[in-house]
Design a protein. Structure first.
Length: 527
């Protein structure tokens, strides 16, 4: 237990620099505009809305009620102080590291589990899961999933009940947790408990299936779909031909994920169109990504008899990474560092096992441990610089310009920072670039339209709004255009536009009332 506490302390100290940060990037949608988190609707609506607090009519299809509930509780109980939520993320990471060690020492042995958990605690590649508050879903899901593995291995009724409960928490926090039952069954086969059988416990597998069915039913009732809504700007692989999509995903694996794991100084926190779009079989980066995955799969297969702990560690990585890589199924994000959090539990253990084996093969056992130590220290140092990136939106988005200048999403975010500071000409430069980089992005045209309007370029703004409505006739887009009309003497036209919505939200109803009153009096600005 002392070792678990020391590992938790290491993890907490490694991420302590992230605690003073504010709300950044997707935190705005997950917290600042989420009615469940802000207390504008009852807490139980975490189970009837999506991760961003949107009802079924506006959802983008991510259903993580327990993550929303967690963010709502710490936000409301502490008066919405961001540092408290960041502190809780750090503590969850510290707890996860301890549980990883306590669980994996029964699978891979004490030395590998201890050093592997220490390595995982400081890895920079998945740092976004701790530094960004939306990473709460990854932290809760991974923590519950590892605890599920620990309980599953106990082979008694108490263990089965604990495993089912932990799985409910994991899959209720993030969709990718659906991989856990498969991993647990593979652990039973590869690493049967002492005195236990390799045969799967099908009755427990049935229990896991029931949990999936219950959460899936909740998802269907809440947001009306089994599948996420994939926005092309966030995942430009959506809608691409199958071959282009496959090689585009493979290129992202080689160029973004693998380099991000190997080089802790890389801070590619975000990627979008066109930088992370479809690709062709001529892409060397795509083949490097595929070769890496095939190589890891081959090592796992070859290790089944000789080194089952290594095989299981690699299966853990490949199973989780396969779900988020876009190779097999499309996900809402084409790339995000936080998606590596759960997969790198397994890869950390596999790398540690391999380093130990290398040291033994060379006749220098300490060399293997020293190699892991050097890698861990490099990640720990790199991690401290990343905390400054996540301090506030401006810091993060400017970092994005350094590492992803051809990302439409990054350009749009930088444009918003300039707009909020009143630097409209600078904002326009980035907004125009965002729209040109991704002509089919509704979000890019919306940002451009708002900045054009604030700059006094009314007719250009009108054309951008009309282009936005060609791409997306969402409630938000229609409301923004209606408010634009009201600012230019057409309040009643704006109200009439909003009245066409079949099921307007309370906010839209308030806006209609305001615009109709405004149309009968002198314009006084938007509500």
């Amino acid at each position: 237990m002392k070792r678990a506490l020391l590992l938790s302390l290491l993890a907490a100290l490694a991420y302590a620099g992230s605690i003073p940060s504010g709300y950044v990037l997707d935190d705005y949608f997950a917290i600042e505009t989420n009615p469940v988190v802000r207390g504008e609707v009852p807490l139980h609506e975490a189970f009837t809305r999506d991760f961003w607090g949107r009802p079924a009519a506006e959802t983008i299809g991510t259903y993580r009620p327990l993550a929303v509930l967690s963010l709502a509780l710490d936000t409301q109980l502490t008066g919405g102080r961001p540092w408290v939520s960041h502190l809780l993320n750090v503590l969850l990471h510290a707890l996860c590291v301890a549980v990883v060690y306590l669980t994996w020492r029964h699978l891979v042995g004490e030395p590998v589990a201890l050093v592997g958990a220490a390595l995982f605690s400081v890895l920079a590649a998945p740092a976004e899961a701790v530094q960004a508050l939306v990473g709460r879903a990854d932290l809760l899901s991974t923590l519950a999933g590892v605890a599920m593995l620990h309980a599953h291995r106990r082979r008694n009724i108490a263990g089965a009940i604990g495993a089912l409960g932990a799985f409910a928490v994991a899959v209720g926090s993030k969709e990718s947790a659906i991989a856990f039952p498969v991993l647990l069954l593979s652990a039973d086969w590869l690493l049967p408990p002492e005195g236990g059988s390799r045969r799967p416990r099908w009755w427990l597998a049935g229990g896991y299936a029931v949990v999936v069915a219950l959460v899936g039913t909740g998802r269907l009732v809440a947001i009306g779909s089994w599948n996420p809504v994939i926005e092309p700007v966030l995942n430009p692989l959506a809608g691409a031909p199958l071959l282009g999509r496959f090689f585009g995903a493979a290129r992202i694996i080689g160029e973004r994920y693998l380099l991000g794991i190997v080089d802790p100084t890389r801070r590619l926190f975000l990627c979008s169109a066109p930088a992370c779009g479809p690709d062709s079989p001529a892409s060397l980066w795509a083949w490097s990504g595929l070769a890496a995955l095939i190589g890891l799969g081959a090592v796992a297969l070859a290790s089944v008899r000789r080194a089952p702990p290594l095989a299981f560690s690699l299966v853990w990585f490949l199973a989780f990474f396969g779900l988020v890589s876009n190779l097999l199924v499309l996900s809402p994000s084409v790339y995000a560092e936080r998606l590596l959090y759960a997969p790198l539990v397994g890869l950390s253990m596999a790398a540690t096992w391999g380093a130990r084996g290398l040291g033994k093969w060379l006749g220098r056992p300490t060399l293997g441990w020293a190699l892991v130590g050097v890698v861990g220290l490099g990640n720990l140092v790199a991690l401290q610089f990343r905390h400054d990136d996540w301090r506030d939106p401006e810091s993060l988005y400017r970092t994005g310009l350094t590492y992803a200048p051809d990302s439409s999403m990054v350009r749009g975010l930088v444009a918003q920072v300039h707009m909020e500071k009143g630097e409209l000409e600078e904002a326009l430069v980035h907004a125009r670039l965002a729209a040109s980089l991704s002509p089919q992005s509704a979000r890019a045209h919306e940002t451009l339209a708002i900045i054009l309007d604030r700059s006094g370029r009314t007719e250009e703004a009108r054309r951008s709004y009309l282009r936005l409505l060609e791409l997306e006739r969402s409630e938000r887009a229609l409301r923004n255009y209606a408010l634009f009309l009201s600012r230019h003497g057409q309040a009643l036209e704006g109200a009439a536009l909003l009245r066409q919505l079949p099921q307007p939200s309370p906010l839209v109803k308030e806006t209609i009332t305001y615009l109709e009153e405004m149309g009968r009096t002198a314009p006084i600005g938007p509500p």
